[in-house]
Design a protein around this ligand. Structure first.
Ligand code: TYM
Length: 346
């Protein structure tokens, strides 16, 4: 089943233009989804469910490497699934499931880990970052995190993986891991290719760092409109525009950049207003807050409706995991066979 990815790994891709294939992606249960998740990845999840055989996963095993509050992980897993469904992920077209409901992922991670030189995982940028950010808790799971991610993808032979650019190194490593396994045990796993959107790295409200829950610089999708407004109004704009009369530089202003997505037919005139100082940063932010609130209004309503249906999310997650059982088991059976696990064949 091996195939060479026919994609450059960095260009934005129109999901509809790709040949029909298996798609996989995962998201950590970090609570409410934010605009970075949406523009960088979730939009692509939803677009790809139309033309592909799509599988999406809430990765609660991965979350254990940073959060040790079980109740929080469980609640956030439910919340993230609810958010994805409200945003348009359709369980009739795509599979949505909870990683820990398919424990084969952890077994495959172990099998794959035996072909991974330690140096490969030690040099992963996310490991170095976590080492800096949580020095009190450099657990072994952090080191092996990308191997589990490779297993998530490989177990279903997924070819395309819609993700933000922050996942590029993990995807590159997943390809190397699959190649190493195939070289040792014979061609079997597909080398996956990252699919980036046209917003591969969305900056946070600080205007510098990637938007990220852990950095506290997010614009939430499902927060109350007043909260969204507060988050947008706190955004750092063009730091060289000091006076209201100074011309703005939309190319470096994060507020202007977000207007590209939330005011798609108008952003050029908004940018022109900034350049000529006809409009000030506060005006441009107010407009952005209005646009973001309006853009997600329907999803917010749908989230309310779905949340009122007891058991709905849980049913979707369990049905998703059940649908994947034959595929996951088949992959494990092939791995056992090739790797020499189990009884001597008669
Ligand atoms: P996570 O949970 O951090 O993020 C989920 C998805 O959202 C994207 N994303 C962003 N894109 C652009 N700009 C941003 N500021 C931004 N913030 C988040 C991420 O790139 C990601 O696509 N390790 C993964 C989860 C994972 C996974 C997988 C992904 C586990 N197994 C297998 C793909 C395939 C993660 O922590 O994503």
């Amino acid at each position: 089943m091996t195939s060479t990815p026919d994609l450059p790994t960095s260009a934005p891709v129109d999901p509809a233009a790709l040949p029909r294939s298996r798609v996989f992606s995962g998201v950590q249960p970090s609570g409410l989804p934010h605009v970075g998740n949406y523009l960088g990845a979730f939009r692509s999840y939803i677009a790809m469910q139309e033309h592909h055989d799509a599988i999406y996963c809430i990765v609660d095993y991965h979350a254990l490497t940073s959060t040790h509050d079980g109740e929080l992980i469980r609640r956030n897993t439910h919340e993230m699934a609810l958010g994805l469904l409200a945003l348009g992920l359709d369980p009739e077209r795509a599979v949505l499931f909870r990683q820990s409901d398919r424990p084969e992922h952890t077994e495959l991670a172990w099998l794959l880990s035996t072909v991974v030189p330690v140096a490969w995982v030690e040099r992963t940028p996310s490991f170095k970052e976590k080492r800096r950010n949580q020095p009190q808790d450099i657990n072994h799971g952090l080191l092996t995190y990308p191997v589990l991610q490779a297993a998530d993808i490989a177990i279903y032979h997924a070819k395309y993986v819609p993700v933000g650019k922050d996942q590029a190194a993990h995807l590159e490593l997943a390809r190397e891991i699959v190649r190493a396994w195939n070289a040792r045990y014979g061609d079997y796993f597909v080398e996956p290719a990252a699919v980036f959107s046209d917003a591969p790295i969305v900056k946070g409200t600080d205007g510098v760092n990637k938007m990220s829950k852990s950095l506290g610089n997010v614009i939430d999708i499902f927060a109350e409109p007043e909260m969204i407004r507060r988050q947008v109004m706190s955004m750092v704009t063009d730091t060289q525009r000091i006076l209201r009369t100074d011309p703005g530089r939309p190319e470096v202003c994060n507020v202007c950049q977000l207007h590209r997505f939330f005011s798609p037919t108008e952003y050029e005139s908004i940018w022109e207003g900034e350049r000529s100082a006809r409009t000030g940063c506060v005006d441009t932010k107010r407009l952005l807050a209005d646009r973001i609130i309006a853009y997600f209004a329907e999803a917010r309503e749908r989230r309310r409706e779905l949340a009122a249906r007891p058991g709905f999310v849980e049913e979707v997650l369990q049905a998703g995991a059940a649908r994947l059982a034959p595929l996951a088991r088949e992959t494990m059976a092939v791995c056992h066979d090739r790797m020499g696990l189990g009884p001597v064949p008669r």
